[in-house]
Design a protein around this ligand. Structure first.
Ligand code: FES
Length: 373
């Protein structure tokens, strides 16, 4: 249940440490902000160590080092992992796998890294490379081998959409073959860059139904051998998701430039200014900042949410989605069937179901090349 009283705010459980926005892939569903942090504005090793110390003091239990591609961050990742481990926080590296050699994996493990999550774009090389806009599949497999060789826990993450959901069985087979302990099947979230490609990425109802069958069959066949996580995407559910477990409820993100956000995409919401770690402490930001308190409790909720019994479960849905689709972050998430603006979702779903053919126009790839310098 989502915590609703400001005076009963619990400490955060997890920290997403986005070290850089730079990334070798060009995924059309990229969740990085439209305006990315340039290399020169990224936090340095000492600044991140300070963030980690403050996070541990605040009560954070697990840290996810992410990006962009965290292995492209030019500073000392091992020092960060070592520091977080010394502070008794669980560490996870979220990576495309590009640049993860056995030597590197061993150094990260020696620093204390507990888990590596490697992203794949599909279950086979051709489609995976096509979706990522980069010949990466074989390098990803090598990265997985490196993780296994040095004896770290492995999870895989695949973002699902119209272009790969029909090959869900191949994705699951790949994860089994690679002996992943966990497979996260994430639905594309249509904000930022992904919203530009929604027409090409939103699956049809038939695709979702077929995928559900494959998923159900897989979890009963595989059992405890591999954890598989997937939920029906909110465009096809009647109620919205309790995004991030609630705004400022269980998790916080520190962006590459030190901005502290209640969720990785919150920076897109206009009219809210987010505090920076160079000016305030994590503790102050978590408990006292205007940004983290903006959507805690029920005071901010529109009448549709405030009078709904599910408000404690879903917290009014996703604030980023509400803003991206309606221009108002305080609106009821249009994914909710009760939302005044639910027709926006219905129209997108109608379009996705109006033809069984995949859209012929190409997806718009994300281009990071100018940021790789
Ligand atoms: Fe920001 Fe849902 S992604 S609140």
């Amino acid at each position: 249940m989502i915590e609703h009283k400001n005076n009963r705010v619990q400490p955060p459980y997890s920290l997403l440490a986005e070290l850089t926005h730079r990334c070798p892939l060009h995924c059309p569903y990229c969740s990085n902000p439209l305006e990315m942090t340039l290399k020169d504005h990224e936090l340095k090793t000492e600044e991140w160590c300070r963030v980690l110390t403050q996070a541990a003091d605040l009560g954070v239990v697990e840290v996810h080092f992410s990006g962009g591609e965290p292995l492209l961050w030019g500073e000392d990742l091992e020092a960060l992992i070592h520091h977080a481990t010394r502070l008794e926080m669980y560490t996870n590296l979220i990576t495309s796998g590009i640049g993860l050699t056995t030597e590197k994996a061993l150094r990260l493990k020696d620093a204390g890294l507990a888990n590596v999550q490697v992203s794949f774009q599909a279950g086979d090389a051709k489609l995976s490379d096509q979706i990522g806009g980069f010949k990466a599949f074989d390098q990803k497999r090598k990265a997985v081998q490196a993780v296994k060789e040095v004896g770290m826990h492995l999870s895989l993450n695949v973002v699902l959409h119209r272009l790969n959901i029909d090959s869900l069985d191949e994705i699951i087979t790949l994860a089994e073959e690679l002996e992943a302990g966990r497979l996260e099947l994430a639905n594309t979230q249509y904000y930022n860059w992904a919203l530009l490609n929604r027409e090409k990425l939103l699956p049809s109802r038939e695709q979702i139904e077929q995928a559900s069958k494959i998923y159900e069959e897989a979890i009963s066949r595989i059992g405890n051998k591999m954890e598989i996580i997937w939920v029906i995407p909110d465009y096809y559910a009647s109620t919205p998701k309790p995004c991030m477990g609630g705004w400022g409820a269980v998790a916080l993100t520190v962006a590459p430039n030190g901005d502290v956000l209640p969720c990785p995409t919150a920076g897109m919401i206009e009219g809210i200014s987010f505090e920076n770690i160079q000016k305030s402490s994590l503790n102050q930001i978590w408990y006292e900042s205007t940004s983290f308190n903006a959507f805690r409790g029920e005071v901010w909720m529109p009448e549709t949410c405030r009078s709904c019994d599910l408000r404690h479960e879903d917290g009014g849905g996703c604030r980023c989605q509400a803003f991206a689709l309606t221009g108002d972050a305080t609106a009821t998430d249009p994914a909710c069937h009760m939302a005044p603006e639910h027709s926006i979702i219905e129209k997108a779903v109608q379009n996705a179901n109006s033809s069984s053919e995949k859209p012929s126009s190409p997806v718009i790839y994300r281009n990071y090349l100018q940021h790789l310098k």
